[in-house]
Write a protein that binds this ligand. Sequence first.
Ligand SMILES: NC(=O)c1ccc[n+]([C@@H]2O[C@H](COP(=O)([O-])OP(=O)(O)OC[C@H]3O[C@@H](n4cnc5c(N)ncnc54)[C@H](O)[C@@H]3O)[C@@H](O)[C@H]2O)c1
Ligand SMILES: N[C@H](CO)Cc1c[nH]c[nH+]1
Ligand SMILES: [Zn+2]
Length: 435
Amino acid sequence: MISRTDLRGALPEDLRHVLPRAELDVEAALEKVRPICEDVHHRGVEAVRELTARFDGVELESTRVPVETVTRALEELDPRIRAALEESIRRARLVHRDQRRTDVTTQVVPGGTVTERWVPVERVGLYVPGGRAVYPSSVVMNVVPAQEAGVSSLAVTSPAQKEFGGLPHPTILAACALLGVDEVYAVGGAQAVAMFAYGTEECPPATMVTGPGNIWVAAAKRLLKGRIGIDSEAGPTEIAILADSTADPVHVAADLISQAEHDTIAAAVLVTDSAELAEAVERELPRQVAATKHGERVTEALSGRQSGIILVDDMEAGLRVVDAYAAEHLEIHTADAPALAARVRNAGAIFVGAYAPVSLGDYLAGSNHVLPTGGCACHSSGLSVQTFLRGIHVVDYTREALAGAAAHVCVLADAEDLPAHGAAIRARFDWEVPS
Ligand SMILES: NC(=O)c1ccc[n+]([C@@H]2O[C@H](COP(=O)([O-])OP(=O)(O)OC[C@H]3O[C@@H](n4cnc5c(N)ncnc54)[C@H](O)[C@@H]3O)[C@@H](O)[C@H]2O)c1
Ligand SMILES: N[C@H](CO)Cc1c[nH]c[nH+]1
Ligand SMILES: [Zn+2]
């Protein structure tokens, strides 16, 4: 069900070949999504409708969900789901509120200051997945940081669902209403990203698109980045677990399965220095998979090349492996988990010890679950308030402060053979700026 690679005795230099990502990677998907995005660019809403019919089997009359439908979804929401969503929102707000930035003014010289002013982007399109599973929790994870950042125009999009009359799943609509978002579209996949990038007759363009999605959504974000701002490439889910002999194989197997459940190309990786744990997890996986609802999907994900158990000599080697892999989620199940966690350099989010499973972070830890995948965790962060902010430097110098910098500016301008830069300084003074 899951492959095992023994790296004991020799850890190869290039760990990327040991831990390949899914066969169908974002780069390969780019060629498929390019014509989709071009079609939306040139034909607008007509193309979005046709693509929705092709990929989601729904003939949309309008891509926009009526506001009354969004409001009604909340009225009809199961009170237990409402209570859980409210608690999820409350905890996420606590964490994301603390991420807000204050403007900082630095006095560089008397009369010369630089202020970093934090300004939210104007309009964001928030993607909420809805293909194999539905993700009201991703409404919370997208909307809360955008709101805390002060974004004034928020639109949510999620795939049209055949069984719900071509609307996104009602719990997704209810979560939007709970958070005060009433601009919602029934569009999924690459065409949704293109809709926000170019705008259509029914959806004004956005400055930025964020949110998780499958390989097609991640590829569209990579393709249109620049035309529109994006967060990280939050594609097919990954979990890596770094564990020693103290780990409980039942917990480890359950957590691997919990994330394999997302997608047939989800990745579940165990890195351990304990052959006994590896064997116990190998025995435990089929037992738990047999009892899980999405067993077929989980089996495909676990048996894919992107998943596996890696045996290493010790935790030092284990750390090198997980850092090279840069997982979206990294769980640490070891004797001194906090100390080891503090040494990890590359991961979207780290879950410390036996009582912080990824499932907690998916819904209720207060942390954000929109996280970088495909190795992007070595250079990108998960979704946060910062994602929606731009730091603008405001430069304010008096005549005297400029005079104090003039000679150095002119020397550097000459050194770069850009004399007009120096001339712009000289033009402000009636004395000759020495060069
Ligand atoms: N990294 C993260 O933060 C994070 C968080 C939550 C979920 N996820 C991931 O999000 C993904 C959700 O995927 P999903 O499929 O359930 O929903 P999704 O909404 O991402 O994708 C569904 C859409 O994909 C499009 N599509 C389907 N097949 C296609 C094809 N062959 N060609 C082009 N477009 C196609 C359809 O238009 C459909 O609307 C999973 O991979 C999950 O692991 C990631
Ligand atoms: N594990 C996903 C992030 O990759 C997030 C999620 C939402 N719902 C359940 N799980
Ligand atoms: Zn999950």
